[in-house]
Design a protein around this ligand. Sequence first.
Ligand code: NAD
Length: 474
Amino acid sequence: MRNSLIEVANPRTSAIDYRFEPVNGAGLDALASRLRTAQNGWGIRSVKERCEVLLGWADALERHKDAIAAALETDTGRRRIARLEVEGAIASIRGWAGAAPHLLPRPQWVEGRMNSAIRHQAQDVPYALVGVISPWNFPLTLSLIDTIPALLAGCAVIVKPSEVTPRFVEPLNVTIEAAGLSDLLAFAPGGGQTGADLLDRVDVVCFTGSVATGKKVAARAAGRLIPAFLELGGKDPLIILESADLDRAVTAALRGSVLSTGQACQSIERVYVARKLYCAFLERLVEAARAVRFNWPDINTGELGPMIFARQAQIIALQLDDAVARGAKILTGGKIERHGGGYWIAPTVLSDVTHDMAVMTDETFGPVMPVMAFDGVDEAVRLANDTVYGLSAAVFAGTVEEAEAVARQLEAGAVTLNDAALTALFHEAEKQSFKASGLGPSRMGAAGLLRFFRRKALIAQTGAPAPLSAFSEG
Ligand code: NAD
């Protein structure tokens, strides 16, 4: 029986211009069974051999770069970032393929400390089938960020991409086929139901998305006793100390907040500025924000694309209404604009904000910068930590050492010093989400690969096994 088609709106026009049939439970059963069979052979190949196969995939991506970027452009309404996503995926495969062979410990027998006749050796066993569930804000990047190291570890992977941005999957599948990976990596497009059904068929799940869905994923995974690696939302603060270079702080605050129209988990969503700098900072931030242009009507111009998901525009509008009703002032931006049928919002700077406003407590996921003054470092740290989230944060100061002293007090998985949102650009440092922003080992750095193995111990007796009498009471 055919499932009803899911309709997809174009973010630049809101027109429904794409429809697809979601994969259902029977479809997932067939995929899981095919991939599990192929994984038997894949998991026992050497890391080096797996790297070679993935490097072939990188070459295929290179050959089909234009087609994938074009589909991503329609998915997201932005051209440059679409291209960067494809180039980033290729670079990620090549980077991981260079690093992976050096990250796995060489198996060797180790003599026991208490009893040298007993030796042990570790065997790192990959999970057979990994499920990846991804969101719409960076459709390709966040579908592959876990997939690439999982494949290198020897797992097979089923990816459930967001139903909001599924167009890139067709041209991507051409590269998966060309690289000979179709029995090890499969995309299963669909909505929430497909995601939920996938959880019942995999051995570990890597989920990127909202806190609300993350909790459902965690509960379902717990019911099956499978690990859930969760990368969820954030409300990242930026603290600007009195000693900071103002121009650099403005540059970083603006880019960190409005890049990708703020539709990034690690966006700066709150700015706390030392009172002495507050007025000058606001003035320069507003000036810089006003200079930002939409990539409309010509997609080859400007810095800001449309909101990818229309519902997000409503969330932003509600937060801004709530803030104004509670006394906030909008210094620039602040309105959802309609151009060509899409939903757009210019960089928005707010002053007179307090922590009883949703814009200071809930994830906004838009180019909105509420700015608040603080009177001392302790107050800045208290305000920054006054959140249920703990994804990342940023601190600006005259020296890295001064910024570091504050960064160490922040409850966040990564803190950028003298810039903003560097986790978007730099994936080599291990980081775990704090508080409600996630669960599980780091997807960055060496742990990004090692988390896909279970460590098995082989414990060998080289002497005589102890008799029961050795434990006799008498
Ligand atoms: P979402 O939680 O609505 O959806 C994410 C994915 O989960 C989608 O593919 C969706 O179809 C699927 N899904 C929905 N219900 C499900 C269920 N019951 N079981 C399994 N899967 C289900 O998130 P979104 O709106 O697509 O993405 C935006 C969110 O993602 C924001 O909160 C953002 O902060 C977060 N995000 C986090 C990171 C990170 O690395 N921490 C990165 C990017 C985005």
